[in-house]
Design a protein around this ligand. Structure first.
Ligand SMILES: [Zn+2]
Length: 518
């Protein structure tokens, strides 16, 4: 398959093409000029901000035979080794967390570099290492051989032990600014001959919230059929919230229409609108409301706008993703509705539902049942085995190659990973919540396509990487405690609609897990 996703195709090869992060790059360049290279660096910051890319370029740079002002020359014998340079070792701590993995590194640390001046270890998502792995690593960091450089990258600096941090030179990567991201996307679209409106680019910038990789994945997904990408394309494809819908949510709040507020929030929840995105949109629209009120174009209480904005800003800062963010959002929003609304009769309610459904972009999306997600994840874990995973993983790129005619599905899967498999279930992860949702809405198609190629029926489910990490953690804990997962029938649960929430929350509950030997 020769298709290369955009973020890989446009991954910077030297410092000059890294988007933003100028100060960090200046310091890194100077450290090489002044020959003051540290033994350990830690790059922290949100995902998609260039940490791993910068680490790779820096690793090449310190070994390059003819370093230039913009980074490695990419021409000398060492640079030309590229992926084959055995002295640059990349480890993804998200999948290699055990002390054995680290021990292997440490044993090899003592072996001198094969070709280069420095042996560089790039450890991605270093916060995922286990405590014992950290301890093992610490021993090396305390007395590192002179020609070893560690570059750690992490999205969760808080979870890196202070003992490690204190031995590293730290760089905090910032979110890519909207204007840089806009220019970057515009350039790539031009180079790729992707026809796209500026409004559409702006919405992608907005959606990806400072993560370049996300922005390029979205662009990839939208560019599959060579049609011009407009704001509506972005809205329809990603199930994003239109400003019209947000404005109507706020109107309902200011008019104390509690049921309408709840109906719209339910819709957002059902199509998995990311709560951070929702909050951001609400704030933006409140700004518009504020201006309109001051211009006498709207007749709402200004202090209500101020207070609601402050509450939303606080929510953005404080919301704990382990809680149910939508509950909190609902509670805060309802706080701004006075409870004066007379009881509605069912006809009215129906009318409202019809209205909201014919409103705009959103009705094109069907909803994906969260419970199926939980059930299938559970069912996959019942008989999850490395051997099944290896088989599927080995087959996966062939499978994706085989569906190149169904480009829409291909674009959803090309950047996704299979992370767990049993004999008839598998779990697919993707960084983007919107992609995960689209995969889940297309499961049947994907399963059929897979069956055609693999000749074995598989039920699938997609999770975001973060969701998967949590499931995995829970799984490891349960296995250690010798608790066993049990199959849950999908149909049975689906029928008991009233009971669904209860069942969903009980999936990982003690009562559903049988202790071995009992
Ligand atoms: Zn070079």
């Amino acid at each position: 398959m020769d298709y290369k996703v955009l973020y890989r195709k446009y991954r910077p090869q030297d410092f000059s093409t890294v988007v933003d992060q100028k100060e960090i790059i200046e310091i890194l360049k100077n450290s090489v000029k002044n020959q003051k290279i540290s033994h350990a660096y830690i790059f922290s910051g949100p995902r998609g901000t260039g940490k791993t890319t910068t680490a790779r370029i820096f690793a090449k740079y310190i070994n390059c035979l003819n370093p230039t002002d913009s980074g490695p020359c990419n021409e000398c014998d060492i640079c030309n080794l590229n992926q084959d340079n055995v002295d640059i070792i990349e480890i993804d701590a998200a999948s290699n967390t055990s002390v054995d993995d680290v021990r292997e590194i440490i044993n090899n640390v003592k072996i001198a570099p094969a070709y280069s001046k420095y042996k560089v270890y790039i450890i991605d998502e270093v916060h995922m290492l286990s405590p014992s792995a950290f301890n093992a690593l610490l021993l090396t960091l305390e007395e590192p051989p002179s020609n070893i450089v560690f570059i750690f990258a992490t999205t969760n600096i808080e979870n890196v032990p202070i003992t490690i941090l204190s031995r590293c030179q730290r760089f905090d990567f910032k979110k890519i600014t909207d204007s840089s991201m806009f220019e970057h996307l515009k350039n790539i679209a031009k180079k790729e001959k992707i026809k796209i409106d500026e409004d559409a680019i702006k919405e992608i910038v907005y959606l990806s919230d400072g993560a370049l990789r996300d922005a390029l994945s979205i662009l990839d997904q939208l560019a599959f059929d060579n049609k011009k990408i407009t704001y509506d394309t972005v809205a329809n494809h990603l199930g994003i919230i239109s400003n019209k819908k947000i404005a109507s949510l706020l109107d309902n709040i200011f008019n104390n229409k509690i049921n309408d507020v709840l109906t719209i929030l339910d819709e957002f929840k059902n199509i998995n609108i990311d709560y951070r995105y929702l909050l951001k949109k609400l704030l933006d629209n409140l700004e518009i409301f504020a201006i309109k009120i001051k211009n006498n174009e709207l007749n709402y209480d200004y202090s209500k706008v101020v207070n609601l904005s402050m509450d939303i800003a606080n929510l953005i800062n404080q919301i704990n993703i382990n809680l149910n963010p939508y509950s909190l959002i609902t509670i805060i929003l309802l706080n701004y509705c006075d409870n004066e609304q007379p009881l509605e009769n069912t006809n009215d309610k129906k009318k409202i539902e019809q209205n909201t459904q014919t409103d705009d972009s959103i009705e094109e999306k069907s909803t994906f049942d969260e419970n199926i997600k939980n059930i299938r994840t559970n069912n996959c874990l019942v008989n999850v085995q490395k051997k099944y995973l290896t088989l599927i993983q080995n087959f996966w790129s062939k499978f994706i190659g085989s569906i190149s005619e169904n480009k829409k599905i291909m674009m959803l899967l090309i950047d996704s990973d299979v992370v767990a498999a049993s004999d008839n279930y598998l779990i697919i992860t993707n960084e983007l919540e919107s992609t995960v949702n689209l995969i889940n809405l297309n499961l049947e198609t994907i399963e059929n396509l897979f069956y055609k190629e693999y000749n074995k029926e598989y039920k699938m489910i997609s999770l975001t990487k973060n969701e998967w990490l949590k499931v995995k953690e829970e799984y490891i804990k349960n296995i250690k405690n010798k608790k066993k997962y049990q199959m849950i029938e999908e149909k049975k649960v689906l029928k008991k609609e009233n009971n669904i929430e209860q069942i969903a929350t009980s999936i990982f509950d003690e009562s559903k897990i049988v202790i071995e030997g009992e």
